[in-house]
Design a protein around this ligand. Structure first.
Ligand code: IFM
Length: 437
Protein backbone atom coordinates (compact mmCIF):
# COMPACT_ATOMS: atom_id res chain seq x y z
CA UNK A 1 0.00 0.00 0.00
CA UNK A 2 1.16 3.51 -0.67
CA UNK A 3 -0.47 5.06 2.40
CA UNK A 4 0.71 4.81 6.01
CA UNK A 5 -1.11 5.31 9.27
CA UNK A 6 1.21 8.25 9.91
CA UNK A 7 -0.41 10.09 6.95
CA UNK A 8 -3.50 10.45 9.16
CA UNK A 9 -4.04 12.51 12.32
CA UNK A 10 -3.58 10.93 15.73
CA UNK A 11 -6.83 9.31 16.79
CA UNK A 12 -7.95 8.54 13.22
CA UNK A 13 -9.31 4.99 13.26
CA UNK A 14 -9.03 2.17 10.76
CA UNK A 15 -11.62 -0.57 10.93
CA UNK A 16 -13.03 -3.59 9.12
CA UNK A 17 -16.72 -4.36 8.67
CA UNK A 18 -18.85 -7.48 8.36
CA UNK A 19 -22.50 -8.24 8.98
CA UNK A 20 -24.26 -10.93 10.98
CA UNK A 21 -26.12 -12.91 8.28
CA UNK A 22 -23.16 -12.69 5.90
CA UNK A 23 -20.70 -14.38 8.28
CA UNK A 24 -22.19 -15.84 11.46
CA UNK A 25 -23.92 -19.02 10.34
CA UNK A 26 -27.57 -18.37 11.00
CA UNK A 27 -28.48 -21.97 11.77
CA UNK A 28 -26.38 -21.94 14.95
CA UNK A 29 -27.34 -20.69 18.39
CA UNK A 30 -31.14 -20.68 18.33
CA UNK A 31 -31.71 -17.85 15.84
CA UNK A 32 -35.20 -17.57 14.33
CA UNK A 33 -36.08 -17.71 10.63
CA UNK A 34 -35.51 -14.57 8.57
CA UNK A 35 -36.85 -13.30 5.26
CA UNK A 36 -33.42 -13.99 3.75
CA UNK A 37 -33.83 -17.71 4.47
CA UNK A 38 -37.13 -17.85 2.59
CA UNK A 39 -35.94 -15.51 -0.18
CA UNK A 40 -32.89 -17.72 -0.75
CA UNK A 41 -35.04 -20.87 -0.70
CA UNK A 42 -37.19 -19.53 -3.54
CA UNK A 43 -35.86 -20.60 -6.97
CA UNK A 44 -34.25 -17.85 -9.02
CA UNK A 45 -33.56 -15.38 -6.23
CA UNK A 46 -30.02 -16.32 -5.20
CA UNK A 47 -27.17 -17.88 -7.16
CA UNK A 48 -27.30 -21.64 -6.47
CA UNK A 49 -29.98 -20.86 -3.82
CA UNK A 50 -27.15 -20.29 -1.34
CA UNK A 51 -28.04 -18.93 2.08
CA UNK A 52 -26.42 -17.80 5.32
CA UNK A 53 -27.07 -21.02 7.28
CA UNK A 54 -23.33 -21.67 7.76
CA UNK A 55 -21.64 -18.73 6.03
CA UNK A 56 -18.17 -18.30 7.63
CA UNK A 57 -19.26 -20.00 10.87
CA UNK A 58 -18.16 -16.88 12.70
CA UNK A 59 -20.60 -17.96 15.44
CA UNK A 60 -18.02 -20.56 16.49
CA UNK A 61 -14.85 -19.01 15.04
CA UNK A 62 -15.31 -15.45 16.29
CA UNK A 63 -12.16 -15.52 18.45
CA UNK A 64 -10.00 -16.43 15.46
CA UNK A 65 -11.65 -13.61 13.47
CA UNK A 66 -11.08 -11.05 16.22
CA UNK A 67 -7.46 -12.24 16.48
CA UNK A 68 -7.06 -11.60 12.76
CA UNK A 69 -8.26 -8.02 13.20
CA UNK A 70 -6.03 -7.43 16.19
CA UNK A 71 -3.01 -8.78 14.31
CA UNK A 72 -3.89 -6.54 11.36
CA UNK A 73 -3.55 -3.54 13.65
CA UNK A 74 -7.12 -2.27 13.35
CA UNK A 75 -8.61 0.17 15.84
CA UNK A 76 -12.26 -0.77 15.47
CA UNK A 77 -14.59 -3.48 14.20
CA UNK A 78 -17.95 -2.66 12.62
CA UNK A 79 -20.28 -5.63 13.15
CA UNK A 80 -24.04 -6.09 13.14
CA UNK A 81 -26.50 -7.75 15.49
CA UNK A 82 -29.02 -10.18 14.08
CA UNK A 83 -32.56 -9.26 15.13
CA UNK A 84 -33.70 -12.87 14.69
CA UNK A 85 -30.79 -14.23 16.73
CA UNK A 86 -31.74 -11.95 19.61
CA UNK A 87 -35.53 -12.17 19.19
CA UNK A 88 -36.36 -15.31 17.17
CA UNK A 89 -39.98 -14.21 16.73
CA UNK A 90 -38.97 -10.60 16.11
CA UNK A 91 -40.73 -9.60 19.35
CA UNK A 92 -41.29 -11.19 22.72
CA UNK A 93 -38.92 -13.59 24.43
CA UNK A 94 -35.22 -13.05 23.76
CA UNK A 95 -32.93 -15.93 22.89
CA UNK A 96 -30.44 -16.10 25.76
CA UNK A 97 -27.82 -17.79 23.54
CA UNK A 98 -28.03 -14.92 21.08
CA UNK A 99 -27.58 -12.25 23.72
CA UNK A 100 -24.70 -14.22 25.23
CA UNK A 101 -23.04 -14.41 21.83
CA UNK A 102 -22.99 -10.64 21.30
CA UNK A 103 -21.93 -10.13 24.91
CA UNK A 104 -18.90 -12.40 24.40
CA UNK A 105 -18.16 -10.81 21.04
CA UNK A 106 -18.09 -7.27 22.44
CA UNK A 107 -15.93 -8.33 25.37
CA UNK A 108 -13.65 -10.11 22.92
CA UNK A 109 -13.24 -6.90 20.90
CA UNK A 110 -12.46 -4.85 23.99
CA UNK A 111 -9.93 -7.44 25.17
CA UNK A 112 -8.14 -7.03 21.84
CA UNK A 113 -8.22 -3.24 21.78
CA UNK A 114 -10.88 -3.06 19.04
CA UNK A 115 -13.61 -0.44 19.39
CA UNK A 116 -16.99 -2.18 18.88
CA UNK A 117 -19.05 -0.31 16.25
CA UNK A 118 -22.51 -1.87 16.26
CA UNK A 119 -25.10 -1.81 13.50
CA UNK A 120 -28.48 -2.96 14.76
CA UNK A 121 -29.93 -4.10 11.43
CA UNK A 122 -28.08 -5.37 8.39
CA UNK A 123 -31.02 -6.85 6.52
CA UNK A 124 -32.09 -10.20 8.02
CA UNK A 125 -35.61 -9.35 9.14
CA UNK A 126 -37.24 -11.96 11.40
CA UNK A 127 -39.71 -13.96 9.25
CA UNK A 128 -42.71 -13.42 11.60
CA UNK A 129 -42.31 -9.66 11.11
CA UNK A 130 -41.92 -10.08 7.35
CA UNK A 131 -45.25 -11.95 7.50
CA UNK A 132 -46.78 -8.81 8.99
CA UNK A 133 -45.55 -6.70 6.09
CA UNK A 134 -42.01 -6.03 7.31
CA UNK A 135 -40.79 -2.54 6.42
CA UNK A 136 -44.15 -1.79 4.76
CA UNK A 137 -45.88 -1.87 8.14
CA UNK A 138 -45.65 1.42 10.09
CA UNK A 139 -45.50 -0.55 13.36
CA UNK A 140 -42.04 -1.76 12.42
CA UNK A 141 -40.55 1.42 13.86
CA UNK A 142 -41.80 0.34 17.31
CA UNK A 143 -40.80 -3.31 16.87
CA UNK A 144 -37.35 -2.14 15.85
CA UNK A 145 -37.00 0.23 18.80
CA UNK A 146 -37.96 -2.63 21.13
CA UNK A 147 -35.24 -4.80 19.56
CA UNK A 148 -32.78 -1.92 19.98
CA UNK A 149 -33.64 -1.77 23.67
CA UNK A 150 -33.27 -5.52 24.23
CA UNK A 151 -29.87 -5.85 22.54
CA UNK A 152 -28.44 -2.57 23.80
CA UNK A 153 -29.49 -3.24 27.39
CA UNK A 154 -27.03 -6.11 27.09
CA UNK A 155 -24.12 -4.58 25.12
CA UNK A 156 -24.86 -0.84 24.91
CA UNK A 157 -22.67 -0.03 27.91
CA UNK A 158 -19.59 -1.29 26.03
CA UNK A 159 -20.08 -0.43 22.36
CA UNK A 160 -18.02 2.45 21.03
CA UNK A 161 -20.71 3.57 18.58
CA UNK A 162 -24.02 2.36 17.21
CA UNK A 163 -26.11 2.96 14.10
CA UNK A 164 -29.62 1.59 13.60
CA UNK A 165 -29.75 0.54 9.95
CA UNK A 166 -27.18 -0.32 7.32
CA UNK A 167 -27.88 1.21 3.89
CA UNK A 168 -31.53 2.31 3.92
CA UNK A 169 -31.49 2.41 0.10
CA UNK A 170 -30.96 -1.34 0.02
CA UNK A 171 -33.73 -1.95 2.55
CA UNK A 172 -36.12 0.33 0.64
CA UNK A 173 -35.36 0.46 -3.08
CA UNK A 174 -33.24 -2.60 -3.84
CA UNK A 175 -35.55 -4.91 -1.87
CA UNK A 176 -39.00 -3.46 -2.67
CA UNK A 177 -38.63 -1.79 -6.09
CA UNK A 178 -35.94 -3.81 -7.83
CA UNK A 179 -36.79 -7.06 -6.07
CA UNK A 180 -33.13 -8.07 -5.86
CA UNK A 181 -32.96 -8.50 -2.08
CA UNK A 182 -35.44 -9.97 0.38
CA UNK A 183 -38.41 -9.67 0.42
CA UNK A 184 -37.99 -9.46 -3.38
CA UNK A 185 -40.88 -7.12 -4.13
CA UNK A 186 -41.25 -4.96 -7.24
CA UNK A 187 -43.95 -2.60 -6.13
CA UNK A 188 -43.85 1.18 -5.94
CA UNK A 189 -46.26 1.46 -3.01
CA UNK A 190 -44.24 -1.07 -1.01
CA UNK A 191 -41.11 0.91 -1.92
CA UNK A 192 -42.50 4.26 -0.80
CA UNK A 193 -43.63 2.78 2.50
CA UNK A 194 -40.38 0.92 3.16
CA UNK A 195 -38.20 3.95 2.23
CA UNK A 196 -40.11 6.04 4.77
CA UNK A 197 -40.43 3.45 7.55
CA UNK A 198 -36.76 2.66 7.44
CA UNK A 199 -36.26 6.27 8.53
CA UNK A 200 -38.98 6.28 11.20
CA UNK A 201 -37.40 3.03 12.46
CA UNK A 202 -34.04 4.79 12.53
CA UNK A 203 -35.51 7.66 14.58
CA UNK A 204 -37.24 5.41 17.10
CA UNK A 205 -34.12 3.25 17.55
CA UNK A 206 -32.02 6.37 18.18
CA UNK A 207 -34.56 7.45 20.82
CA UNK A 208 -34.50 4.00 22.41
CA UNK A 209 -30.70 3.94 22.60
CA UNK A 210 -30.55 7.50 23.98
CA UNK A 211 -33.06 6.45 26.65
CA UNK A 212 -30.52 3.84 27.74
CA UNK A 213 -27.93 6.60 28.10
CA UNK A 214 -25.94 5.58 25.02
CA UNK A 215 -23.69 8.05 23.22
CA UNK A 216 -21.99 8.18 19.83
CA UNK A 217 -25.06 7.21 17.81
CA UNK A 218 -25.06 7.60 14.04
CA UNK A 219 -26.53 6.61 10.69
CA UNK A 220 -24.99 4.75 7.74
CA UNK A 221 -26.10 5.26 4.13
CA UNK A 222 -24.68 4.03 0.84
CA UNK A 223 -23.85 6.32 -2.08
CA UNK A 224 -23.02 5.92 -5.76
CA UNK A 225 -21.74 8.76 -7.88
CA UNK A 226 -24.31 9.25 -10.67
CA UNK A 227 -22.96 10.28 -14.10
CA UNK A 228 -25.36 11.22 -16.93
CA UNK A 229 -24.72 8.81 -19.81
CA UNK A 230 -24.13 11.83 -22.10
CA UNK A 231 -24.57 15.61 -22.15
CA UNK A 232 -28.21 15.60 -23.22
CA UNK A 233 -30.78 17.28 -20.99
CA UNK A 234 -32.71 14.03 -20.64
CA UNK A 235 -29.61 12.14 -19.49
CA UNK A 236 -28.78 14.88 -16.99
CA UNK A 237 -32.34 14.66 -15.62
CA UNK A 238 -32.17 10.87 -15.48
CA UNK A 239 -28.91 10.98 -13.50
CA UNK A 240 -30.38 13.61 -11.17
CA UNK A 241 -33.31 11.32 -10.44
CA UNK A 242 -31.00 8.37 -9.73
CA UNK A 243 -28.97 10.67 -7.49
CA UNK A 244 -32.25 11.69 -5.85
CA UNK A 245 -33.55 8.31 -4.76
CA UNK A 246 -30.13 6.75 -4.19
CA UNK A 247 -28.07 9.54 -2.62
CA UNK A 248 -30.37 12.39 -1.55
CA UNK A 249 -33.55 10.76 -0.27
CA UNK A 250 -32.28 9.47 3.06
CA UNK A 251 -29.92 12.36 3.90
CA UNK A 252 -32.78 14.67 2.89
CA UNK A 253 -34.95 13.09 5.55
CA UNK A 254 -32.21 12.83 8.18
CA UNK A 255 -30.69 16.30 7.83
CA UNK A 256 -33.29 18.53 6.13
CA UNK A 257 -36.63 17.02 7.03
CA UNK A 258 -37.64 16.82 3.36
CA UNK A 259 -37.39 14.39 0.47
CA UNK A 260 -36.07 15.48 -2.97
CA UNK A 261 -38.76 16.90 -5.26
CA UNK A 262 -37.79 14.85 -8.30
CA UNK A 263 -38.17 11.64 -6.26
CA UNK A 264 -41.52 12.70 -4.84
CA UNK A 265 -42.83 13.19 -8.41
CA UNK A 266 -42.87 9.39 -8.53
CA UNK A 267 -43.31 8.34 -4.91
CA UNK A 268 -45.73 10.93 -3.45
CA UNK A 269 -48.95 9.18 -4.53
CA UNK A 270 -47.76 5.99 -2.83
CA UNK A 271 -46.47 7.35 0.49
CA UNK A 272 -47.95 6.19 3.80
CA UNK A 273 -50.60 8.42 5.40
CA UNK A 274 -49.26 11.33 7.42
CA UNK A 275 -45.66 10.85 6.29
CA UNK A 276 -44.97 14.60 6.35
CA UNK A 277 -45.49 14.62 10.13
CA UNK A 278 -42.68 12.12 10.79
CA UNK A 279 -39.71 14.38 10.07
CA UNK A 280 -39.13 15.53 13.67
CA UNK A 281 -38.70 11.83 14.55
CA UNK A 282 -36.51 11.12 11.51
CA UNK A 283 -34.33 14.16 12.33
CA UNK A 284 -33.55 12.91 15.83
CA UNK A 285 -30.01 14.32 16.33
CA UNK A 286 -27.10 12.00 15.66
CA UNK A 287 -23.41 12.21 16.60
CA UNK A 288 -21.76 10.99 13.40
CA UNK A 289 -22.61 9.92 9.86
CA UNK A 290 -21.26 6.91 7.94
CA UNK A 291 -20.73 6.63 4.18
CA UNK A 292 -20.56 3.34 2.33
CA UNK A 293 -19.02 3.83 -1.09
CA UNK A 294 -18.07 1.37 -3.83
CA UNK A 295 -18.69 2.73 -7.33
CA UNK A 296 -20.35 5.13 -9.79
CA UNK A 297 -23.17 4.56 -12.26
CA UNK A 298 -23.93 5.91 -15.78
CA UNK A 299 -27.59 6.73 -16.19
CA UNK A 300 -29.50 7.05 -19.47
CA UNK A 301 -33.18 7.86 -20.09
CA UNK A 302 -35.39 4.98 -21.16
CA UNK A 303 -38.99 4.88 -22.36
CA UNK A 304 -41.38 3.47 -19.83
CA UNK A 305 -42.86 4.05 -16.42
CA UNK A 306 -41.21 6.25 -13.79
CA UNK A 307 -38.26 6.45 -13.12
CA UNK A 308 -37.84 5.81 -16.87
CA UNK A 309 -34.10 5.35 -16.94
CA UNK A 310 -31.46 2.63 -17.04
CA UNK A 311 -27.84 2.00 -16.06
CA UNK A 312 -25.44 1.62 -18.96
CA UNK A 313 -21.90 0.19 -18.79
CA UNK A 314 -19.06 2.66 -18.26
CA UNK A 315 -15.47 2.66 -19.54
CA UNK A 316 -13.49 2.21 -16.29
CA UNK A 317 -11.93 -1.05 -15.04
CA UNK A 318 -14.49 -3.17 -13.18
CA UNK A 319 -14.49 -5.32 -10.06
CA UNK A 320 -15.86 -8.87 -9.86
CA UNK A 321 -19.26 -7.25 -9.22
CA UNK A 322 -19.01 -5.46 -12.59
CA UNK A 323 -18.74 -2.17 -10.68
CA UNK A 324 -16.50 0.55 -12.12
CA UNK A 325 -13.52 1.55 -9.99
CA UNK A 326 -13.97 5.30 -9.41
CA UNK A 327 -12.17 6.62 -6.29
CA UNK A 328 -12.88 10.20 -7.40
CA UNK A 329 -16.52 9.47 -6.56
CA UNK A 330 -15.65 8.92 -2.89
CA UNK A 331 -13.85 12.25 -2.79
CA UNK A 332 -16.77 14.02 -4.49
CA UNK A 333 -19.39 12.44 -2.27
CA UNK A 334 -17.47 13.27 0.91
CA UNK A 335 -17.16 16.89 -0.19
CA UNK A 336 -20.76 17.22 -1.43
CA UNK A 337 -22.23 15.61 1.65
CA UNK A 338 -20.38 17.74 4.17
CA UNK A 339 -20.99 20.92 2.18
CA UNK A 340 -24.69 20.33 1.64
CA UNK A 341 -25.89 18.18 4.53
CA UNK A 342 -23.65 17.28 7.44
CA UNK A 343 -21.39 20.32 8.03
CA UNK A 344 -19.16 19.72 11.04
CA UNK A 345 -20.68 16.37 12.00
CA UNK A 346 -17.95 13.70 12.31
CA UNK A 347 -17.89 11.50 9.22
CA UNK A 348 -16.77 7.89 8.84
CA UNK A 349 -16.24 5.82 5.75
CA UNK A 350 -18.13 2.85 7.15
CA UNK A 351 -17.60 0.57 4.11
CA UNK A 352 -15.47 0.49 1.00
CA UNK A 353 -13.82 -2.40 -0.77
CA UNK A 354 -13.96 -4.60 -3.85
CA UNK A 355 -14.87 -8.10 -4.91
CA UNK A 356 -12.17 -9.95 -6.82
CA UNK A 357 -11.93 -13.56 -8.07
CA UNK A 358 -9.11 -14.24 -5.62
CA UNK A 359 -7.15 -17.47 -5.61
CA UNK A 360 -5.10 -18.32 -2.49
CA UNK A 361 -1.40 -17.95 -3.20
CA UNK A 362 -1.93 -15.30 -5.91
CA UNK A 363 -1.62 -11.71 -4.64
CA UNK A 364 -4.84 -9.68 -4.87
CA UNK A 365 -3.08 -6.73 -6.48
CA UNK A 366 -6.37 -5.31 -7.80
CA UNK A 367 -7.70 -4.99 -4.24
CA UNK A 368 -4.45 -3.43 -3.01
CA UNK A 369 -4.71 -0.78 -5.74
CA UNK A 370 -8.43 -0.23 -5.05
CA UNK A 371 -7.96 0.25 -1.32
CA UNK A 372 -4.97 2.53 -1.82
CA UNK A 373 -6.78 4.75 -4.32
CA UNK A 374 -9.90 5.06 -2.17
CA UNK A 375 -7.98 5.79 1.03
CA UNK A 376 -6.07 8.47 -0.92
CA UNK A 377 -9.37 9.98 -2.13
CA UNK A 378 -10.62 10.14 1.46
CA UNK A 379 -7.34 11.71 2.60
CA UNK A 380 -7.67 14.36 -0.10
CA UNK A 381 -11.18 15.20 1.12
CA UNK A 382 -9.80 15.53 4.66
CA UNK A 383 -7.14 17.95 3.39
CA UNK A 384 -10.01 20.05 2.06
CA UNK A 385 -11.83 20.13 5.38
CA UNK A 386 -14.01 17.01 5.50
CA UNK A 387 -14.12 15.97 9.19
CA UNK A 388 -13.38 12.30 8.51
CA UNK A 389 -12.66 10.34 11.70
CA UNK A 390 -12.29 6.78 10.50
CA UNK A 391 -12.07 4.47 7.49
CA UNK A 392 -13.61 1.00 7.37
CA UNK A 393 -12.71 -1.74 4.91
CA UNK A 394 -15.37 -4.06 3.55
CA UNK A 395 -14.78 -6.75 4.41
CA UNK A 396 -12.67 -8.66 6.89
CA UNK A 397 -13.69 -12.01 5.38
CA UNK A 398 -14.98 -13.38 2.10
CA UNK A 399 -18.65 -13.87 2.90
CA UNK A 400 -22.24 -14.28 1.70
CA UNK A 401 -22.81 -11.62 -0.93
CA UNK A 402 -26.59 -11.87 -0.70
CA UNK A 403 -28.31 -12.79 -3.97
CA UNK A 404 -24.88 -13.37 -5.55
CA UNK A 405 -24.06 -16.13 -3.07
CA UNK A 406 -20.49 -16.94 -2.06
CA UNK A 407 -18.58 -16.41 -5.28
CA UNK A 408 -17.99 -12.63 -4.99
CA UNK A 409 -14.98 -12.32 -2.71
CA UNK A 410 -14.70 -9.03 -0.79
CA UNK A 411 -12.41 -10.21 2.04
CA UNK A 412 -8.98 -9.15 3.19
CA UNK A 413 -8.96 -12.75 4.37
CA UNK A 414 -9.79 -15.63 2.04
CA UNK A 415 -12.35 -18.14 3.31
CA UNK A 416 -12.49 -21.65 1.90
CA UNK A 417 -16.22 -22.33 2.09
CA UNK A 418 -15.64 -26.11 2.17
CA UNK A 419 -13.22 -26.17 5.12
CA UNK A 420 -13.89 -22.65 6.51
CA UNK A 421 -10.13 -22.15 6.74
CA UNK A 422 -9.15 -18.47 6.78
CA UNK A 423 -6.06 -17.37 4.82
CA UNK A 424 -4.94 -13.72 4.87
CA UNK A 425 -4.54 -12.29 1.37
CA UNK A 426 -1.70 -10.04 0.18
CA UNK A 427 -4.01 -7.04 0.80
CA UNK A 428 -4.22 -8.06 4.47
CA UNK A 429 -0.43 -8.26 4.74
CA UNK A 430 0.09 -4.93 3.00
CA UNK A 431 -2.59 -3.23 5.05
CA UNK A 432 -0.93 -4.54 8.19
CA UNK A 433 2.37 -2.96 7.11
CA UNK A 434 0.63 0.32 6.24
CA UNK A 435 -1.08 0.49 9.61
CA UNK A 436 2.19 -0.21 11.41
CA UNK A 437 4.06 2.57 9.57
O1 IFM B 1 -21.88 -7.06 1.09
C1 IFM B 1 -22.46 -5.80 1.02
C2 IFM B 1 -22.85 -5.34 2.40
O2 IFM B 1 -23.77 -6.20 2.99
C3 IFM B 1 -23.47 -3.97 2.36
N1 IFM B 1 -22.68 -3.04 1.61
C4 IFM B 1 -22.19 -3.46 0.32
C5 IFM B 1 -21.50 -4.79 0.43
C6 IFM B 1 -20.96 -5.23 -0.94
O3 IFM B 1 -22.00 -5.37 -1.85
Amino acid sequence: MKFSRSDFPTGFQFAAATSSYQIEGHRFGGAGATHWDSFAATPGNVVRAENGAVACDHYHRWEEDLDLMQALGLDAYRFSTSWARVLPEGRGTPNAEGLDFYDRLVDGMLARGLNPMATLYHWELPAPLADLGGWRNPDIAHWFADFATVIMKRIGDRVYSAAPINEPWCVGWLSHFMGLHAPGLRDIRATAHAMHHVLTGHGRAIQAMRALGMKNLGAVCNFEYAHPADDSETAVEAAALYDGYYNRFFVGGLFRGAYPENVMEGLAPHMPKGWEDDFPLIREPIDWFGINYYTCKRIAPKDGAWPAHEEIPGPLPKTQMGWEVYPEGLYRILKWLTEEYTGDLPIWVTESGMANPDVPGTPDTERIAYLDAHVAAARRAMDEGVPLKGYTFWSLLDNYEWSLGYEKRFGLVHVDFETLVRTPKASYDQLKDALAR
